[in-house]
Ligand binder design. Structure first.
Ligand SMILES: Nc1ncnc2c1ncn2[C@@H]1O[C@H](COP(=O)(O)OP(=O)(O)OP(=O)(O)O)[C@@H](O)[C@H]1O
Ligand SMILES: NC(=O)c1ccc[n+]([C@@H]2O[C@H](COP(=O)(O)O)[C@@H](O)[C@H]2O)c1
Length: 286
């Protein structure tokens, strides 16, 4: 089944990196429940309300349909080396996620580990969380002091999960590691059917939780970038402080990726630690 979890020596960390856990609850409220942490991996270029809504939808789903207890939620922006069109520098994406998630919620955090280094596969990213949360921090405890491992679970939209059936995008061993060992919550996304997304993943069905969108909303980062380029307002599609940040830094005004950090940002420490890499073009999605 699932491959072995990685140990400290298997991970590379950006300089000055510290695992953020200031909002991670380490005591279980209900000892009968299984503690989990949600991790959303993505470009977040820029982060939108839909990215943040995914966490709230998962929270409702977990409370109503499962025996899990959520102890924290993380956004993990992808590395610059992912080289997806429209991917702004890691520095800006981490800053925007930090403004958008940490200032608008009481339980979300942004982990810059993935963003400020070489491209890391999602299986490795989940192992990184598992290592820090369970090995370094020691997992959760019940009120009686009993230690419990916290299960890391991937939070994604149905478009991402549908790529799991596309040949060459994910390796079988990574899928088995992500879906067999950890598990996932899949949020319905307009234009990307849930059944079609999960048909070929049936062997892991017990670890795949499907969350329907009760209020249809198809905001995407691509549309936000397009609006900005055309001089249209994006206010109320994303958190106000993220809109302000985009305007102040003149982001997304040009076509395609704008990987450069503006002059005034150069040499500054990123909001959540780590250092920016100017990456050469490289392959993606190994
Ligand atoms: N409107 C949405 N509904 C459901 N899931 C979403 C939505 N927007 C983004 N997601 C999910 O959020 C995660 C991060 O996505 P990503 O950063 O690639 O955003 P995106 O809006 O799809 O970006 P882009 O438009 O640049 O491709 C993915 O799992 C994606 O499926
Ligand atoms: N093989 C893999 O681990 C793999 C493949 C495709 C996408 N992903 C991840 O999915 C996330 C979102 O990707 P997109 O923005 O391309 O939808 C990124 O964090 C990316 O690293 C991982």
């Amino acid at each position: 089944m699932a491959a072995v979890t990685r140990s400290a020596k298997d991970f590379t960390s950006p300089p000055n990196y510290e695992f953020p856990h200031h909002r991670l609850a380490l005591t279980l409220r209900d000892p009968e429940k299984t503690p989990i942490v949600l991790v959303a991996c993505g470009s977040f270029s820029p982060v939108t309300y839909l990215h943040l809504r995914m966490f709230e939808m998962a929270k409702d789903y977990v409370r109503q349909n499962t025996e899990f207890e959520i102890l924290g939620g993380y956004l993990s922006p992808v590395s610059d080396m992912y080289k997806k069109p429209g991917l702004l520098s890691a520095q800006h994406r981490v800053n925007m996620c930090t403004l958008g998630a940490e200032d608008t919620s009481t339980w979300l955090m942004v982990d810059p580990w993935e963003a400020f280094q070489d491209y890391q596969r999602t299986a490795v990213v989940l192992d990184h969380f598992d290592y820090h949360i369970n090995t370094v921090l020691g997992g959760a405890h019940t009120a009686d002091g009993e230690q419990r491992n916290i299960r890391i679970m991937l939070l994604a939209g149905s478009d991402l999960i549908s790529t799991m059936s596309e040949p060459g995008v994910w390796s079988y061993s990574d899928l088995d590691h992500i879906l067999g060992r950890y598990g996932t919550f899949i949020v319905e996304r307009a234009g990307s059917g849930m059944d079609q997304a999960t048909d070929s993943l049936a062997r892991w069905r017990n670890n795949i939780h499907l969350i329907s969108q009760l209020i249809q909303n198809d905001v995407s980062s691509t549309k936000v970038r397009l609006f900005i380029r055309r001089g249209l307002s994006v206010r109320y599609l994303l958190p106000a402080n993220v809109v302000d940040y985009i305007e102040q830094n003149g982001l997304y005004l040009e076509d395609g990726a704008s990987p450069n950090v503006p002059e005034k940002e150069k040499g500054k420490e990123p909001v959540a630690g780590g250092s920016r890499k100017d990456s050469p073009a490289s392959s993606l999605r190994s």
